[in-house]
Unconditional design. Structure first.
Length: 939
């Protein structure tokens, strides 16, 4: 799995939102007709969470920018409602799924798009132009579009600001390194400072955050975003919008109605603009929603009084008007706004957000209506999404499998990464076993594994992708940044390369993506590729921020991209690299291979990579030059470059960090310094690809990649290279470059587990006062019998098979002293003898070698979890060996165990104990047991 951006063993997850209530007035409205919907659907999410909005409070205007603050929770909204400011709506530990900033400006030019660029949290952002770019304003008192505003243009913009959210940089915090939704964020919008006399004029801004909580106790909720730019006219003053994309409202336990809410994001609201707001499923009999502000503005308060000057984003609770019954549920809602008889003006719309709990009886993340109908039509793309064999009363897991294959000139398969049928069946058997009863469906063509109980065929899955087409070759005369990151390798990077394959942006795909638009809500995507396009060394600006704020730990261990300084198309890159392992020299130097280390006289083995002469810069967000009003291109800084003039310092005497500088030649990159202050996701990588077996969306998600092309094996004579073909007499399938049956099975189930929220050592919620903050135990612990554990990922259990952990075994202490109430390591008690909780499988662990191990020299050459050995851990002087558990006479899978590997039980364990998980430490706190199956996150 990839390095997680958060600090080790900690990750953010859950949240809670405070719903703003409204007064319902019993009158009804028949919605009037419109030629087309004012707004278009942008996104829909299904999360165990919700959304929160917060408005921009303007402070001042200077130097062409209006400055202000957006704060979560939004106390300005509470003030106007006459209520106490609610507690933080997003719990510490919530996973921020998305964050969008909407803002609006009045502009005097039809072509300059003066408001398109803004600043969020100090970072420059460029917005997408929404809807009608020439919508008239409605800021006069003469109606919806008074004559005095005919020459002016109102524009709404939207930008993805999730990369720019603040980070928790308090090293002692349980969420150190995580994105922070709560608190104040500065926002600047283009503004002339003339109060409307000259343009542009900043109207306002709203931050919309969608979050999730990894908890089975939080109901699944649909969040739907509609946006655009809509100004009512005097001839059509009513705004009517149909809302869909939630499919089937659901009723949580002990609640009479769905939990649902509605937010309108509008400009030009004023206290004297009388309007009525309506909502409901029947457009011919809508329910009127009262103003939220009657407590402070009186009974005649309008719904959009200009809470933020010329801007509003009120949120109503509308669950009582949403029908979530099983037999006649709503599939759409309608909201409508009409001006009152005073005709004092209309507001202008930029977005509407709607959320409701949805019906998912079996908790698999697939709505009941989808499963009952064996599919659905995706509201955003319009594509029909098939879900064959889905069952609303039994968990279903749909996985589309695509794969790379190498063919010769005659179209014969040389090798294929199509997973073996037996591997898919083994994973399917694990999910479908008694007590789990989960239907696993692999989407493959009908010609592949026809009749297999775990295979469905929709016509969209099982795409064979040419391995040759993915091989990147340097141009004959490359310009700056135009080189291949991994030349002459069919490498698929995580995760940009995988998304490129999904979305059809690669040249050979002709715009046709491998993953049907709309499937992300219901399918996991698994790509079986050749090699993992990941670097061997990586430095980032966020790593520099982490290190600066954690001088006791990360300052000496975190690779850092300090800056990229560009001057007249020459960029000087400055990085810092650790040189020590826990304060001592590594067994093999350098610890981090840097530009300049691959010198012929003393180059490390990894310098044989074809990418040894280049670096790749990625994650730059600042765009290059673009025509106003268009979508800007990606940053010209991103790309792969030949480097020169590499020079490294001696290790710092305090931290051991090595500072390296080198130069690259750029093109069209503006002069300046690029660092964490303006490029929070900027990174520099070196060498690769690697032999990593795969990646999966850690913490829960939809995507995974299995890459076994650099895993060599001896093929049996006359082996079958195409797993879709029937074997001949005495024939077996090939393993070289595609993985053995065991390796394929374990890696697929392991990476799929990450997408279902599973971790290498279990996920725990035990941080005092922060029940939603996840922590993670160590990898390779013997009492965690799971394919998620590196001890079992590719080898399976000692007694055979692959599975997630289905039991919580007792805590295991690897020392000879009682720690936290856990007894010392004992061969007699093994994993903790309990006749009612005997280990389901044989485990394995690390210990000192016995005479047989020494004779065979079968020693561990690295730590179990993959970290490098220190010089004090030279296997020739400090040997360790992996031990296979056995059942001793009178024992079982739990005890007794020959922990010290002396071929006798029970014998005493020598002080101070054993490094059972071989991470270089004897004396880890006791390993906790964990049950994977009880915590799988399908939603």
């Amino acid at each position: 799995m990839p390095l997680h951006i958060y600090t080790p063993y900690k990750r953010v997850n859950p949240a809670l939102i405070v719903v703003l209530f409204m007064f319902a007035i019993g009158s009804a409205l028949t919605a009037s007709a419109q030629q087309s919907p004012p707004l278009k659907i942008f996104k829909n999410y299904f999360v165990t969470g919700d959304y929160v909005v917060a408005g921009w409070v303007e402070n001042s205007s200077t130097n062409g920018l209006a400055t202000g603050i957006i704060t979560v929770p939004d106390c300005r909204q509470a003030q106007y409602m006459g209520i106490t400011c609610p507690p933080s709506p997003v719990q510490v530990g919530a996973d921020i799924v998305s964050a969008y900033l909407y803002w609006g400006t009045v502009e005097g030019s039809q072509s300059l798009f003066a408001g398109q660029q803004a600043f969020f949290n100090g970072y420059k952002i460029v917005g997408d132009v929404l809807g009608n770019p020439n919508a008239p304003t409605s800021w006069s008192a003469g109606g919806c579009t008074g004559s005095s505003t005919g020459s002016k243009t109102m524009r709404f913009y939207r930008a993805d600001v999730r990369p720019y959210l603040p980070l928790d940089l308090t090293s002692s915090s349980p969420t150190f390194g995580a994105l922070v939704a709560n608190g104040a964020v500065p926002v600047k919008i283009a503004d002339s400072g003339s109060n409307g006399n000259t343009q542009p004029n900043a109207l306002g801004a709203t931050l919309v955050i969608v979050y999730r909580v990894l908890s089975p106790h939080v109901p699944l909720t649909a969040v739907v975003l509609y946006d655009g730019s809509y100004a009512p006219s005097n001839g059509q003053p009513t705004m009517t919008q149909t809302l869909a994309g939630f499919y089937e409202p659901g009723i949580p336990a002990a609640v009479n109605n769905p939990n649902a809410k509605l937010t309108h994001i509008v400009a030009n609201g004023q206290a004297n603009k009388g309007e009525n707001l309506y909502f409901g499923a029947n457009p011919n009999a809508l329910n009127q929603l009262g103003s939220l502000y009657t407590a402070t503005l009186g009974l005649n308060a309008p719904p959009f009084p200009g809470v933020y000057g010329a801007w509003d984003n009120p949120t109503w609770s509308v669950g009582q008007f949403v029908n979530g019954s099983l037999n006649a549920f709503d599939t759409s809602e309608t909201t409508s706004v009409t001006p009152t008889s005073t005709n004092s003006g209309c507001v202008n719309w930029g977005a509407i957000v709607f959320s409701t709990t949805v019906q998912d009886t079996d908790g698999d993340g697939l709505l009941d209506t989808w499963e009952n109908n064996k599919g659905y039509t995706d509201e955003v793309s319009g594509n029909p999404i098939a879900l064959p064999l889905a069952d609303p009363f039994k968990k279903d897991l749909f996985v589309q499998i695509d794969y790379l294959a190498l063919r010769d000139a005659n179209n014969n398969i040389l090798h294929s990464h199509l997973p073996k049928q037996a591997a898919l069946d083994a994973v399917g058997d694990a999910f479908g076993a008694a007590g789990k009863n989960i239907n696993l469906h692999f989407d493959l063509p009908s010609s592949i594994y026809s009749g297999d109980q775990y295979v469905v065929s929709t016509g969209h899955g099982g795409n064979e992708i040419s391995e040759s087409a993915l091989v990147c070759t340097d141009p004959a005369q490359p310009g700056p940044g135009q080189l291949c990151a991994f030349p002459n390798q069919p490498a698929v990077s995580w995760k940009g390369g995988l998304l490129a394959v999904q979305n059809g942006v690669l040249a050979f795909q002709n715009g046709v993506g491998a993953f049907q638009a709309g499937r992300t809500q219901s399918y996991h995507y698994a790509l079986f590729g050749h090699s993992m396009g990941e670097p061997r060394s990586y430095w980032s600006t966020v790593g520099s921020a982490y290190a600066t704020n954690d001088p006791q730990d990360l300052a000496s261990s975190m690779p850092q991209l300090v800056s990229v300084v560009v001057l007249n198309n020459t960029a000087t890159v400055k990085i810092k690299s650790p040189s020590l392992v826990n304060g001592v020299q590594p067994l093999n130097s350098p610890l981090v291979v840097k530009p300049g280390d691959c010198k012929p006289a003393s180059q490390p083995t990894v310098c044989l990579d074809a990418s040894h002469d280049r670096v790749t810069i990625a994650g730059a967000l600042l765009p290059g030059s673009f025509t106003p009003g268009t979508t800007p291109p990606i940053s010209p800084l991103n790309g792969s470059y030949i480097f020169s003039n590499a020079s490294s310092s001696k290790p710092d005497q305090t931290t051991g960090m090595i500072t390296t500088t080198f130069q690259i030649t750029t093109a069209s990159v503006p002069n300046g310094t690029y660092d964490f202050s303006n490029e929070p996701q900027l990174g520099v990588s070196y060498l690769g690809p690697t032999s990593s077996s795969g990646h999966g969306d850690f913490g829960g998600g939809g995507d995974l990649e299995v890459t076994l092309g650099l895993w060599g094996a001896d093929n049996a004579p006359n082996c079958q290279p195409d797993a879709s073909q029937t074997l001949g007499l005495n024939q077996v399938y090939c393993d070289d470059q595609v993985g053995s049956l065991k390796v394929q099975t374990g890696t697929l189930m392991h990476e799929l587990g990450h997408t279902l929220t599973l971790a290498h050592g279990g996920t725990y919620y035990n941080v005092a006062n922060y029940p939603s903050v996840a922590t993670y135990d160590l990898n390779c612990k013997p009492n965690f019998l799971s394919v998620m554990n590196y001890l079992f990922q590719v080898r399976g259990f000692g007694d055979g098979g692959f599975d997630y952990s289905g039991q919580t075994l007792p805590a295991l202490n690897e020392t000879t002293s009682t720690v936290n109430g856990v007894f010392p390591l004992s061969e007699s008690t093994g994993l903790g003898y309990d006749s009612g909780n005997v280990a389901a499988h044989l485990t394995r662990w690390y210990s000192r070698p016995n005479i047989g191990d020494t004779t065979l020299q079968d020693l561990a050459l690295g730590h179990c979890e993959g970290s490098p050995l220190a010089s004090t851990e030279d296997p020739s002087k400090d040997p360790w060996v992996r031990v296979e558990g056995t059942v001793w006479p009178g024992g079982d899978f739990s005890a007794p165990f020959d922990w010290n590997n002396d071929l006798m039980v029970p014998t005493p364990i020598a002080d101070p104990g054993l490094d059972l998980n071989h991470n270089g430490v004897v004396g880890d706190i006791p390993f906790a047991g964990f049950n994977d199956w009880n915590t799988l996150g399908f939603q």
